[in-house]
Design a protein around this ligand. Structure first.
Ligand SMILES: [Zn+2]
Length: 984
């Protein structure tokens, strides 16, 4: 019946009159749009798709204009003619470009295809994000951006039912959890470790249930399927215009006739695949990278293939074959029905899929670090992105889906962008997008903040993007003013570094108070940059502590050079045995110059830290793969380190400078009031004059008790996953690559602990990390390869900048203490959560006009408690600023801290200073699906184990009145609301 209905509709389309007009109220077919499957047949789901990288070997726009536009256009036209056909559209960055160029008639036709389930949006995020190197905040943002666009132009029938992560190089548990929280029913991907794949094929466990959170209970379960043949069409059956496989010829009089034999061999193929999956359903991907540019050709052949099965009726083990056009979500539904009908118990997965190896000696753990400055730029831009969303909302600016920074950040999450696995010219394009986005953001922030404050003179906010290399026009003056904005919803203090000219400086705070400061030298001599760009390198760095920056607010500081007599501290090369303050300090080994111990949080722990490197194996180590040369397995030391210290460096921060080579340097900083030690490192250009690629690492060796190969890494900045050296929980690990095979992505934290103490390193970007020896932690900082690793990018990873090899600078915050008592009555886990947040969303230094009044201001009436994070504050109404998207997050896991890991209730009715929330409607995580409209799969084998009193429980959340502004959060819970507000 359904089919006949669709045929009638289709006739209407051919006549140019779409029957279904787009309205928000239209009923969506959901899974009813799937073609019929049969319990007594083998159901073959043909899934037409094109994998469209948002940049890789070509830029985003090059791919769009050279390829993707033809795919979407011809697929839509073909689908209109072919009611049986199906297609999934995945990357919204491309769909956005395409949509803008379409006529109203085409747009209506696309909506019709969506409303009938013939064109399905899968994933729907701006890009198909990487899963190793992304931070959850950016992942959520880029899904929100993509799905908001989809909802705006296509309506609710287009809401994706599943994730389609077919190309990312390994899979994070947190990503699966985020998809579940968005309301998705399923997740599909291709790349898992070759040993895992082999085992899953043998045991029919490639379809599984993933318990993707250790905190969120059954709501985090998601059906997960590993594709059989990568994401390509079966060999010999690629009917794409770019393939050379024979088309299907149905005319028996033709010398090219092959219909019967093609059907037979396809039946054999699906038979083979079906023996590896748990139900009578198999998913056959019909597509590949940038295919379907001439969709008609593909559909004609698939129509003939399907028709051939009806005609020749091949059977498999006496089972008839039901071959249909399908989609990933239809496959998931069919598996679920089969599981229920036959009481099949699906395999349950609880860890993640890192690192990924596609063969012996080919572990893709290099990309956890590749292009480290690109990875840092993304995290830096996220910091500004969050600030701009907050201030634009406060300034009552409407939601803007065309926001350049939001779009650039969405692109940057792509699995060839943040990963560093793209060609250099594509990386430049990504950076250009981010830079343009940041520039626009600054000007928007400036006008918004000026209007919020009702100032006569524009704040004229400016950035110094090159302050980390001592270039800043705004501070190259004798007087200047900065506005420091704190994006956290709680008060924070922050040590600020500003490049300045030499002299004696007076810093005045908001109440007219003088603020202690001192001048020191830049970490490096950056004159090589000015030789190329002619920018002036400022000779000194001014340090001061911005004390008690108000929650979601700012303080203004004035800088005045009061004398040209230098008050800079003197740097002297000397061996040093101890440096720091009374209760926090570091000790050094006088013989080697290396760190010996750290005293902080009331504990002294032996910590040796050294810069080292692996010699990369030529022709194997590259942008994706990390493979040290087998002749020198272990990391190699650089040798002695020279230290220098600052004399008379005052009371704010004390530092020791270390130099292994002139291209391997670091500053160890001990701050008077911080519960971490900073390791500010600058490495490169890597010396490859010996023709060996090199992977630079920093290694921290502690005197914790034997850690027995156990260490812990964060998953996309959220939950912590335990790692065991030389071991995988779900398959037998073979140790061909003892270093690379034990490397894991570190988005924000890696830690080790014994019975008593804990040692953690927090990063400012994603890096690869491991613990290869007991009580040790290492992180990879920079990689240079002398050859390509043959995984497609076709370029050696040997980054150049300013006419020389890349210099990367970054910072590790190291903290340690007793596990159960870190600082201020908190556990170390709670201390680390706090540091991670302050590192992610740092107070931002805006240079502003001299007239900006010296003052401070918070946009909150009260602070959020330390375990609650205002994850999102953003305008949500596209025409005016009376609705906001607000996400609140509990930032601790169960059992991390006896006090802070409790459920917490906050009343946000009286939270904000400039507006009052009148009601809040709860949504799923990506803010496209109202909570009450979410109807996720419930799997029979899953026991409903959430206590009904828990805030996680959907029933409780649905029972909440929209005017009830008391929100309860359980550990790791994020709650997403669209709030209606009135401005005060
Ligand atoms: Zn890809």
């Amino acid at each position: 019946m359904k089919i006949i209905g669709i045929i009638v509709l289709c006739v209407g389309v051919i006549q140019g009159k779409p029957f279904i007009n787009y309205t928000e109220e239209s009923t969506c077919p959901g899974y009813d749009a799937c073609h019929t499957v049969y319990s007594d047949r083998l159901n073959v789901h043909l899934v037409p798709h094109s994998h469209d990288d948002v940049g890789w070997l070509y830029t985003v726009d090059q791919y769009y204009y050279k390829r993707v536009q033809y795919t979407i256009t011809t697929v839509v036209r073909s689908l209109l003619d072919n009611p049986e056909g199906r297609f999934i559209q995945v990357e919204t960055a491309f769909f956005y470009s395409w949509w803008k160029e379409q006529s109203d008639e085409t747009k209506a036709q696309v909506r019709q295809l969506i409303n009938e389930g013939r064109l399905e949006i899968s994933n729907g995020a701006w890009s198909m994000n990487d899963e190793a190197d992304v931070h959850y905040q950016s992942t959520i943002d880029q899904f929100t951006l993509g799905l908001r666009f989809i909802e705006d132009v296509l309506g609710k029938c287009a809401r994706p039912k599943g994730g389609w992560q077919i190309d990312p190089f390994g899979h994070s548990r947190e990503h699966a959890s985020l998809l579940a929280q968005m309301g998705m029913d399923s997740l599909f991907f291709a790349r898992i470790d070759y040993r895992d794949r082999r085992k899953r094929h043998a045991e029919k466990t490639s379809d599984m249930l993933w318990r993707s959170s250790a905190n969120l209970g059954t709501s985090s379960n998601i059906f997960t399927s590993v594709l059989y043949n990568h994401y390509s069409a079966p060999g010999g059956f690629c009917f794409d215009i770019n393939c050379s496989d024979a088309p299907i010829v149905t005319d028996p009089d033709s010398s090219e006739y092959n219909w019967a034999s093609v059907v037979k061999s396809f039946a054999n193929y699906v038979n083979g695949q079906s023996t590896h999956y748990p139900t009578n359903n198999v998913l056959i991907t019909m597509g590949d990278d940038f295919q379907w540019q001439n969709a008609e050709q593909y559909y004609i052949n698939l129509d003939r293939l399907i028709e051939g099965f009806k005609k020749f009726k091949p059977t498999i083990s006496d089972k008839e074959i039901n071959i249909i056009y399908s989609t990933p979500s239809c496959y998931a539904k069919a598996v679920k029905d089969a599981v229920e009908a036959n009481n099949i118990e699906l395999n349950v997965k609880t860890d993640d899929f890192f690192p990924y190896a596609d063969g012996i000696n080919s572990v893709w753990s290099g990309y956890f670090t590749s292009r480290p400055t690109s990875k840092r730029l993304e995290r830096f831009a996220n910091n500004l992105h969050q600030i701009s969303k907050q201030i634009l909302a406060l300034g009552q600016k409407p939601y803007n889906g065309d926001n350049l920074l939001s779009q650039a950040m969405g692109v940057m999450q792509h699995h060839d962008a943040i990963t560093g696995t793209e060609k250099t010219m594509v990386e430049r394009d990504y950076h250009k997008r981010i830079a343009k986005g940041m520039e626009t953001a600054i000007s928007d922030i400036s006008t918004s903040l000026t209007s919020i404050l009702g100032l006569e003179i524009d704040l004229n906010l400016k950035l110094c993007l090159l302050a980390n290399v001592s270039i800043c026009d705004e501070s190259d003056k004798d007087e200047f003013t900065v506005l420091i904005y704190n994006p956290l919803a709680r008060t924070t203090s922050h040590y600020i570094q500003i490049p300045v000219n030499d002299g004696t400086w007076k810093v005045t705070g908001p109440s007219g108070e003088e603020v202690e400061n001192h001048l020191t030298n830049p970490i490096r001599n950056f004159s090589y940059i000015s030789k190329i760009t002619e920018d002036k390198i400022l000779p000194k760095v001014l340090f001061f502590r911005a004390e008690n920056l108000p929650a979601l607010g700012y303080k203004v500081y004035r800088f005045e050079k009061v004398s040209s007599v230098s008050n800079s501290v003197r740097e002297e090369a000397m061996a040093v045995d101890q440096m720091g303050f009374e209760d926090r300090y570091v000790d050094f080994d006088l013989d080697t110059g290396l760190l010996k111990s750290i005293t902080i949080n009331g504990v002294t722990l032996g910590v040796k830290q050294n810069m080292m490197f692996y010699n990369g194996s030529a022709r194997m180590t590259g942008a994706y793969i990390f493979r040290p040369d087998t002749d020198y397995r272990d990391a190699i030391e650089f040798g002695d380190v020279q230290t220098s210290v600052l004399i008379n460096d005052g009371n704010i921060v004390r530092e020791v400078r270390q130099m292994w080579k002139d291209w391997v340097t670091q500053i160890i900083r001990i701050y008077k009031d911080e519960d971490f030690i900073e390791f500010d490192w600058a490495v490169g250009p890597v010396d490859i004059s010996d023709h060996h690629g090199k992977e630079l690492i920093t290694r921290y060796s502690t005197n914790l008790e034997d850690t027995d190969g156990v260490f812990y890494t964060d998953s996309n900045g959220r939950e912590i996953i335990d790692r065991q050296k030389d071991y995988r929980p779900t398959y037998r690990y073979t140790n061909e690559e003892p270093q690379a095979g034990n490397y894991y992505p570190v988005n924000s934290k890696i830690l080790i602990k014994d019975e008593t103490n804990e040692f953690a390193v927090l990063t400012d970007r994603s890096e690869g990390g491991s613990s290869l020896n007991s009580a040790e932690v290492e992180l990879m900082l920079l990689r240079v390869a002398t050859d390509d690793d043959s995984r497609g990018v076709g370029e050696n990873l040997n980054e150049q900048e300013f006419a020389q090899g890349l210099v990367a600078r970054g910072s590790h915050f190291v903290t340690l203490g007793r596990i159960t008592e870190g600082n201020n009555g908190r556990t170390m886990a709670a201390v680390e959560r706090d540091i991670a947040q302050r590192k992610l969303l740092q107070p931002w230094v805006f240079y502003t006009s001299e007239e900006t009044p010296l003052e401070e201001r918070s946009f909150l009436k009260k602070e959020l408690p330390p375990n609650v994070h205002l994850l999102t504050l953003e305008s949500w109404n596209a025409t005016g600023g009376n609705t906001f998207l607000i996400r609140l997050e509990h930032i601790l896991e169960n059992d991390e801290d006896p006090n802070l890991s409790q459920e917490v209730t906050i009343d946000i009715s009286d939270l904000f200073d400039t507006f009052t929330i009148t009601s809040m409607k709860e949504f799923m995580l990506a803010a496209n699906t109202p909570l009450e409209e979410s109807n996720r799969f419930v799997w029979p084998q899953v026991v409903e184990n959430e206590s009904s009193s828990s805030p996680l429980h959907k029933k409780n959340r649905l029972a909440r009145d929209e005017s009830d502004l008391k929100i309860t959060l359980a550990p790791m819970q994020i709650r997403t609301f669209v709030a209606t507000v009135e401005f005060n």
